[in-house]
Design a protein around this ligand. Structure first.
Ligand SMILES: [Zn+2]
Length: 612
């Protein structure tokens, strides 16, 4: 390999590596020439240098190990390869050219000490080879990482094969929708239809076919990978739980192909792979077009099943493929988040889809809240765009409608609805829906509306929590108030005109920083999206807390920006805040506060009930 083109750093590191190998491995490494590198590693044109050393293993056999480096060495570590490797897929962690997969442990790679890392890799390569020779780990590792090894032997990466199927036993008939360049498999036809229409629009035709889901008692070893349709059929025969009948059911209608999803438990939990068995009479690329269907010789639908199945699951090669899981558990936390199941069953109404409500609604969709109802009477305007998840494409559209449409298409497994109306109209028309929700988030910035919601809540007995969220000027502070069944109602600590009892930050102009547009009554508070992100994250956090663990007592959480940020804008912490919570040297802060009952006009003995 010509080193001339390689930087000085590279050459220095290479010299050091050679010296370390000489001293520590007790032999002068053989430097491979470029012809040998090209012939031994034909698919890795990134390799610019390789050193070969000999190792005597515990079985008395001397085997050679290569250390290979790319042009980015030493920033990128060397890799190791077992030169005398068995046939591909005989041993796990050994790629077909002998390169060893030790990379997951490379997280602590220290680029300042590349030869030390190379020695460590070499030692681990020797240990791995000894383990593989000993044999105990071979099957275990093939099974635990079965999706990876299946991936080495697939005909298709399955980029457009999406699965909504719950990856758990038993084997069962499932369904598949075949769209343009996309397939969606799911447990039931309704769920697939909902998903497809949420994703691609109401008018999408959704016709599904039967498919097979086969639950494997253990992940397949490479020797068990089906090559032909007969292999697939034999595999199903061998499995418990009626897998054979499931496969037969999927082939019964003589479809163009049978899709079989195979599920098993690997190291990271359940995973899916898939096999396609084509109808032998309809295979594309056959030299001669089929002149008869599998049912030849019988009236339609009267072919004896064993004969038909024998013909379908014959010696035709299958197509092995990977599968993209798109089920809710996978989307929301890769199947590892214990909260997902509870959130998927929850209904949340978000009232107000502005610069606070809309991001909170997005966060709730991302965490996997199964049913969202978004409410807002207003259209998105240009000055909203800079701090709203919707952009120019939604200007002029109702905020709730446009956001619901977006979230519904982005999370087709959730249900996202909208009401393009005010809170007053919502209370008048959709009381039952409000009462049935697991939680309500109110971020309207409108005290009159929210005090009406609070009175409704009190009348309802405050059975489910409401989280009210708002921001102070410049988003230097933000408030979330969660009203539970005990302690205060919203109004207990908010004056009759909507002024909260406690504010965190004050401004030299007396707090009246609301600026007016040159239009009647159009007040707004200037703040940017970055400051606001803290406030919205805090409000979303309170909402999530309340959903997962409904609070018995009302409480409030307050976010306060860093003193540096507040000072740079000319504000300061209020006396009330400082006496209650003290000064902070630096950094942002959140504080939890009680929200005790004040037996106010909304919740106390003298409460003035509205005439409903
Ligand atoms: Zn009250």
């Amino acid at each position: 390999m010509p080193e001339d083109g390689l930087p000085l750093d590279w050459r220095r590191a290479a010299l050091l590596l050679e010296k370390t190998l000489r001293e520590r491995a007790g032999q002068a490494p053989e430097r491979l020439d470029s012809a040998t590198i090209a012939s031994d590693y034909p698919s890795r044109d990134w390799i610019v240098a390789a050193w070969r050393i000999s190792v005597v293993f515990s079985d008395g056999v001397t085997r050679q190990i290569d250390l290979v480096a790319g042009a980015l060495f030493p920033t990128t570590p060397v890799r190791t390869a077992l030169v005398d490797h068995p046939e591909p897929m005989t041993w796990p962690h050994v790629e077909s050219d002998g390169i060893l997969c030790l990379l997951p442990n490379m997280a602590e790679w220290d680029p300042d000490d590349p030869s030390e890392v190379a020695m460590d890799l070499l030692n681990r390569s020797v240990r791995l080879t000894e383990e593989l020779l000993e044999g105990g780990t071979v099957e275990r590792d093939f099974r635990e990482e079965f999706v990876t090894y299946w991936g080495y032997r697939v005909h298709s990466q399955g980029e457009n094969l999406f699965s909504l199927v719950a990856p758990q036993p038993p084997s069962r008939v499932v369904h598949v929708w075949r769209g343009k360049g996309l397939e969606v498999a799911g447990d039931d036809q309704d769920a697939i239809a909902k998903w497809v229409r949420n994703r691609f629009g109401d008018k999408t035709p959704v016709k599904t076919e039967a498919a097979a889901f086969l639950w494997l008692d253990a992940p397949l070893l490479p020797a068990e990978y089906p090559e032909t349709a007969t292999d697939l059929y034999r595999l199903a025969e061998r499995l418990d739980g009626g897998a054979k009948m499931v496969l037969e059911e999927a082939a019964k209608g003589e479809p163009d192909e049978v899709l079989a999803l195979l599920g098993a438990i690997g190291r990271g939990g359940a995973a899916l792979i898939a096999v396609r068995a084509h109808n032998p009479k309809r295979r594309k690329g056959r030299p001669r077009a089929p002149d008869e269907p599998l049912s030849v010789g019988f009236r339609p639908g009267h072919t004896p099943q064993p004969l038909l199945l024998g013909r379908f699951f014959g010696a035709v090669p299958v197509v092995r493929t990977l599968v993209q899981r798109a089920d809710a558990d996978w989307v929301h936390g890769r199947g590892q988040d214990p909260r997902t199941r509870r959130l998927l069953g929850a209904t949340v109404v978000v009232i107000g889809c502005g610069s606070v409500g809309a991001p909170v609604a997005c966060a709730l969709a991302q965490t996997g809240v199964g049913h969202l109802i978004l409410v807002d009477p207003e259209a998105l305007a240009w000055p909203n765009v800079g701090r709203h998840p919707l952009g120019a494409a939604a200007v002029g559209r109702n905020k709730a409608e446009a956001l619901a449409e977006r979230l519904q298409a982005d999370f087709p497994h959730l249900k996202v609805e909208y009401r393009a109306c005010s809170l007053h109209q919502l209370i008048a028309r959709n009381k039952d829906q409000l009462a049935a929700a697991d939680m309500i988030v109110a971020a309207t910035g409108n005290w009159v509306a929210e005090s009406a919601l609070n009175r409704w809540h009190v009348r309802q007995g405050r059975g489910r929590p409401i989280v009210y969220g708002w921001t102070e000027a410049h988003a230097c502070a933000g408030h979330a108030v969660a009203i539970g069944q005990g302690d205060g109602c919203l109004q207990c600590h908010i004056g009759r005109t909507g002024a909260p009892e406690i504010t965190a930050v004050e401004w030299p102009d007396g707090g009246n920083i609301a600026q007016e547009e040159p239009a009647c009554g159009a007040h707004y508070q200037p703040y940017g999206p970055v400051e606001l992100a803290y406030v919205n994250a805090m409000i979303a956090e309170v909402a999530l807390d309340c959903l997962l663990d409904p609070p018995a007592q009302s409480f409030s959480r307050v976010f306060v920006a860093s003193p540096r940020r507040i000072a740079s804008l000319g504000g300061q912490l209020t006396e009330g805040w400082r006496s209650a919570f003290g000064e902070v040297e630096e950094g942002v802060r959140t504080v939890n506060r009680r929200w005790p009952s004040a037996r106010c006009v909304a919740c106390g003995p003298k409460r003035l009930d509205e005439v409903a």
